[in-house]
Design a protein around this ligand. Structure first.
Ligand code: GLC
Length: 378
């Protein structure tokens, strides 16, 4: 496993200082991918590349703290038509840099003060620079910001129901209605006022992770507020957290794995146990090749379709981290199935939860998280 992951990441390494998710399908730098790559480099014992990739991901940060989700460092100007910015995008992705910094520090790797400052500013941008929903949750400006762009959670925004081609054009249109700040950073989108629980859980979790390094009380308090707001989104009948905003009574209730990410910050034992049970239940999210991205009982569940059912290694990894403190046995089972799936898929971007058949780009760098998972369970 280690040799395979090392070869894959070496093959994907770009001299500008990051691993492409996949050399042909995804040649640019993606923010949350790079944060997960940091964990993989660290598991490979390559602290230099881990540090470099994190620093390069945070380098295009604007003075407001905003961190772009895509960085075209290899070919500046490549997508200026789409974003109105030459070198990077105007939207962000889940701020996994808080966890990346904390994991490096836990591994005994030195992290530059500048990187820690940038990570802190990135979280404050989301906590203060972004519009909030009345529920107290932070809004995203585009489905792409969640990292889960074709999730059934956004289906209410696709006219006449989900269709991959129609949704592609809706996504492109949604990029044109974003309201931006002085440096072109996304602040709001009046056409997509969704405050997803999954994204907010990752903001709170990453803020808390960073606080383990900095001891920053103000950031800790801001994370606690978000955790309180998330508690109000739990639906006892459905057994999931529900997004806030215009989809709250519709697609924002579809049971998806990313909507269970508040498990990362959940303190209520009964609720946490209910979620963990679903992760392994073969009629809910359980699968021999890892946890399904969509609950099997949902009519939209499709085990092979992009974001509509397959296993995603970065979500499976986060669920293992979330389940570990409450149920080491469940975390172990999730690790075992996910690692088996990653392997069977040829280290694919995502895969079928029953057969492990690889889908999307193959191989994909973040699937190197299988090595991180295998190490965790040792
Ligand atoms: C896809 C995924 C997104 C990821 C990107 C690069 O667009 O949906 O989450 O960051 O690929 O891997």
């Amino acid at each position: 496993m280690e040799a395979v992951v090392r070869t894959m990441l070496d093959d994907h390494w770009v001299s500008e200082g990051y691993a492409a998710p996949n050399s042909t399908v995804y040649p640019w730098q993606w923010l949350w991918d790079s944060c997960f790559h940091v964990l993989v480099w660290s598991a490979l014992g390559d602290g230099d590349r881990a540090r470099r990739e994190l620093a390069v991901a945070l380098a295009p940060q604007t003075p407001s703290g905003f961190v772009p989700h895509m960085h075209y460092v290899r070919q500046p100007g490549f997508h200026e038509d789409l974003w109105g910015r030459p070198d990077d995008s105007s939207i962000t992705q889940p701020p996994m840099y808080g966890h990346a910094v904390a994991e490096l520090v836990r591994a005994g790797e030195p992290v530059d003060d500048e990187v820690i400052e940038r990570a802190t500013a990135g979280l404050w941008f989301l906590l203060q620079g972004r519009r909030r929903d009345p529920s107290g949750l932070v809004r995203v400006c585009h489905p792409w910001e969640t990292g889960a762009d074709d999730s059934p959670r956004w289906d209410d925004h696709c006219p006449d129901g989900f269709d991959a081609d129609r949704w592609r054009s809706v996504k492109n249109r949604l990029a044109s209605t974003i309201e931006t700040g002085p440096d072109g950073e996304a602040l709001a989108n009046p056409v997509f006022e969704v405050a997803p629980v999954g994204f907010n859980a990752l903001v709170a979790f990453n803020a808390r992770e960073l606080v383990t390094v900095t001891g920053d009380d103000e950031l800790a308090a801001a994370a606690d507020q978000l955790v309180d707001a998330l508690a109000g989104r739990w639906d006892e009948d459905l057994g999931t957290w529900v997004d806030a905003g215009p989809t709250a009574d519709g697609s924002g209730r579809v049971r998806t794995l990313d909507a269970l990410l508040p498990l990362l910050v959940e303190e209520d034992a009964r609720r946490a146990d209910r979620v963990i049970d679903q992760l392994l239940d073969p009629e809910a999210h359980g699968g021999p090749a890892g946890p399904t991205g969509v609950h099997r009982g949902e009519p939209t569940f499709d085990p092979d379709a992009y974001w509509r059912g397959p296993v995603w290694p970065q979500l499976a990894y986060l669920m293992v981290r979330a389940a570990t403190p409450r149920s080491p046995a469940a975390a172990e089972a999730l690790t075992r199935t996910t690692v088996a799936g990653a392997w069977a898929s040829g280290m694919a971007e995502y895969w079928n939860p029953d057969t492990g058949a690889g889908r999307g780009a193959i191989p994909q760098s973040w699937t190197g998280l299988a090595l991180v998972l295998a190490r965790l369970s040792l």
